[in-house]
Design a protein around this ligand. Structure first.
Ligand SMILES: [Zn+2]
Length: 382
């Protein structure tokens, strides 16, 4: 292979080959050195038929780069760079290994089709040598050290970016937590703030409210949340959604009625928040949001949902009398419906047809009459 390389190099005008070229201090020997006739440029060819660790490829390549030589490895098969991958080195895969048949003449090797990881494109070894020596290597990855430096720099950039993002995230979270804490501190359950004035609304909805203040202006306001009454559960649990769509139950006329009646009954003199359709930046659709009655700033539903249950109280609820009966929560299922023959016959049990014989009341309720009715019911004759 070395002889073949030398022949290929010598065929390129302006270049010549030196086989087994020793380093001035004898530290290493280059298998085949290609040098320009003026001695200004050189390529170090290493024919590596046996396996070698990726670290060793990097280390040996680096010292050629450091000496101003471009290294090219001729290897039988693709180099495995391991994981995490070691730096990539310029390599030409010849398919020619230790166990390969030797060609008749070394120059035959120059006609082998080779694969390589630089100066892309197919071609023979001879064509590769010609392009490499006349047009330069076209190697963009740099030396192994440059690759390691670039990787370290990229990792440092990623780490810095991650740290910045993490810091921003934590700052945002802290700000959010502070805002939630402040909102809770501003909020009081109406029953505590203005006394218990629960209004009853027939079979209307449950309405809970909190007396709070705007986050932007000093306006106090009443915010509320509502649920329809559910059968089987006299007072549902307070649930506050953290997102609302373009429609919301809190804006239902029956709910407004409950809130207004409470405001009148309690004489609280607190502003009622407004519900307006607003475009929410983070979401594509419109949302019916509470807005401050003073400055009309949006009171985000997310923040409302973070007001703790202790800050809410029920201001309007259906009359207990209108509630449907509570279903038994445990125990047996009600017995399946059975038709039980009954001896009781209502006086005008069925409209008596004109043609039917009229049976006097006494006879109908006598022993015989009852037995007849029973037979009739069972569809039997005895
Ligand atoms: Zn406001």
């Amino acid at each position: 292979m070395k002889t073949a390389l030398a022949a290929g190099i010598n065929a390129v005008p302006g270049w010549h080959a030196v086989i087994e070229y020793p380093h001035p201090e004898r530290e290493w020997i280059i298998d085949v050195l290609a040098a320009t006739d003026d001695g200004r440029r050189g390529v170090a060819f290493e024919v590596q038929l046996s396996s070698q660790t990726p670290e060793r490829y990097a280390e040996r390549s680096q010292r050629y780069f450091d000496s101003g030589l471009f290294p090219v490895w001729l290897v039988p098969r693709l180099i495995d760079y391991g994981w995490p991958a070691q730096p990539t080195v310029p390599a030409v895969v010849t398919g020619f290994g230790k166990s390969s048949d030797l060609p008749e003449t070394p120059e035959d090797l120059l006609e082998r089709e080779v694969a390589k990881n630089f100066r892309t494109g197919g071609g023979t070894l001879a064509q590769f040598l010609l392009t490499l020596l006349t047009s330069g290597p076209g190697w963009t990855l740099g030396s192994p050290q440059m690759q390691r430096d670039a990787r370290a720099a990229a990792e440092a950039r990623n780490q810095a970016r991650y740290e910045t993002e993490e810091r921003t995230r934590l700052e945002r979270l802290a700000k959010l937590e502070k805002a939630i804490k402040e909102f809770n501190a501003r909020s009081r359950p109406p029953a505590q703030a203005f006394g218990d004035h629960l209004v009853q609304s027939g079979d209307g909805p449950y309405v809970w409210a909190t007396a709070t203040g705007c986050w932007k202006c000093p306006a106090p306001m009443l915010l509320w949340t509502a649920q329809t009454r559910r059968s089987g559960d006299p007072v549902p649990e307070l649930e506050i959604r953290d997102k609302v769509g373009p429609k919301r139950f809190e804006n239902h006329p029956e709910v407004h009625k409950g809130v207004d009646r409470w405001l009148a009954a309690s004489g609280a003199g607190i502003g009622k928040a407004r519900i307006e359709r607003r475009m929410i930046k983070s979401r594509a659709e419109e949302s019916s949001t509470f807005v401050c009655p003073g400055c009309r700033e949006v009171i985000g539903q997310f923040f409302i949902s973070r007001i703790v249950p202790e800050k809410w109280s029920l201001i309007s609820a259906p009359d207990p009398a209108s509630l449907p009966a509570r279903r038994p929560k445990t125990g047996k299922q009600p017995p399946a419906l059975m038709i039980v023959p009954t001896v009781r016959v209502e006086p005008p049990a069925v409209p008596v047809k004109e043609s039917a014989p009229k049976i006097p009341w006494d006879q109908l309720h006598g022993a015989e009459g009852v037995a007849a009715a029973r037979r009739q019911f069972r569809g039997t004759t005895s």
